[in-house]
Write a protein that binds this ligand. Structure first.
Ligand code: ADE
Ligand code: ZN
Length: 330
């Protein structure tokens, strides 16, 4: 099973670059940029990574992101993630970034996207990892701030495949960003949104009907609404599920209670992702391993998860076929 997980060509479709900032790199960047951290050591920082809910995590995650200042910092962050992908047999990535987390601190949009996109280009050229970038709006901020961010992205449209929606879900329904997403679609962006992580199934309906998303990020609370489940299945709507994130943030009390295989067996297009690997205990392989350890996963299910990750990606059909053929031969 372990060898198969590694060998399967996999795509990662739900990964926050700021959430791949390992404590070691955080300390290195803090020193490089003369920033003092609220923690004395890597070990002390890691000990703080205990979360009762999404908000407790986000508070620490935004604090950590403050060490990212220069184009080189964003390059190093992205490059470190791509090296992990190479080790783990991840052949394609669609990471997201939160521009507002940085522009609100005075870092230029150009600095952020410059470093990220240069690393992604090197990832393709030097590691053979293809990618598409997603720009996420922070839903706890205003519609106006999201519109300004969309405006700032105009000169870099060629570098961004889709817009997304993340941060504190409760009390910030997708409908708050209906007009922003309509404008993004008009400009040629695809759309995705976090929904049904902590928030109700109703937010998944809204993401589908009002934001016209191509994928739902998380979506695990869809099982509470049978009509929604029927729609997700008939529309082959992908859900980018993140097992370690869900247990770390107490969406599920234990991995043995996770509903990913239940959804997979019902025909929902779910796949495995790591969300914020530096904070939740591991990258893509660790997520697969946690599932195997606590759920009765078969080889067929494992292959289907990898297959779904390729099919649900935004890569060209020819590329998809190439990876799917390899999966079918394993
Ligand atoms: N930002 C980073 N990780 C997130 C998550 N799991 N949910 C919402 N916003 C996030
Ligand atoms: Zn996420």
């Amino acid at each position: 099973m372990q060898a198969l997980i590694l060998a399967l060509p996999k795509a990662e479709l739900h990964l926050h670059l700021e959430g791949s900032l390992e404590p070691e790199l955080m300390f290195e960047l803090a020193q490089r940029n003369n920033i003092s951290l609220a923690y004395a050591s890597v070990a002390e920082l890691r000990r703080a990574y205990q979360f009762n809910n999404l908000q407790e995590f986000l508070d620490i995650y935004y604090q950590g992101a403050a060490v990212l200042q220069t184009e080189e910092d964003f390059y190093d962050l992205t490059w470190a993630y791509l090296l992990r992908c190479q080790e783990e047999g991840v052949v394609h990535v669609e990471p997201c970034f939160d521009p507002q987390t940085h522009t609100d601190r005075g870092v230029k949009f150009a600095t952020v996207i410059g470093g990220i996109s240069r690393a992604l280009r090197d990832g393709q050229q030097k590691l053979g990892i293809s990618s598409a970038l997603i720009m996420s709006f922070l839903r706890h901020l205003s519609e106006r701030s999201a519109l300004q961010t969309l405006e700032q992205a105009q000169p870099y449209k060629e570098l961004i495949m889709a817009v997304g929606l993340d941060s504190s879900e409760l009390d910030h329904p997708p409908e708050k960003f209906q007009r922003v997403f309509a404008k993004a679609i008009e400009q040629g962006f695809l759309t995705v949104a976090h929904a049904g992580e902590e928030g109700p199934a109703e937010y998944i309906w809204q993401a589908l009907q009002l934001l016209h998303v191509s994928r739902i990020d998380h979506g695990v609370r869809a099982v509470e609404d049978e009509k929604l489940m029927q729609l997700l299945i008939s529309e082959k709507m992908p859900l980018t599920v993140c097992p370690l994130s869900n247990t770390k943030l107490q969406v599920f009390a234990h991995m043995s209670e996770h509903n990913i295989l239940q959804m997979l067996d019902r025909g929902v297009k779910v796949m495995v992702n790591s969300d914020d690997p530096a904070y939740f205990g591991g990258y893509l392989l660790a997520n697969y391993q946690a599932l195997i350890e606590h759920l009765p996963m078969t080889e067929t299910q494992l292959k289907q998860l990898a297959k779904n990750s390729i099919e649900a990606s935004f890569m060209p059909d020819l590329e998809k076929q190439r990876h799917l053929l390899k999966i079918s031969q394993l």
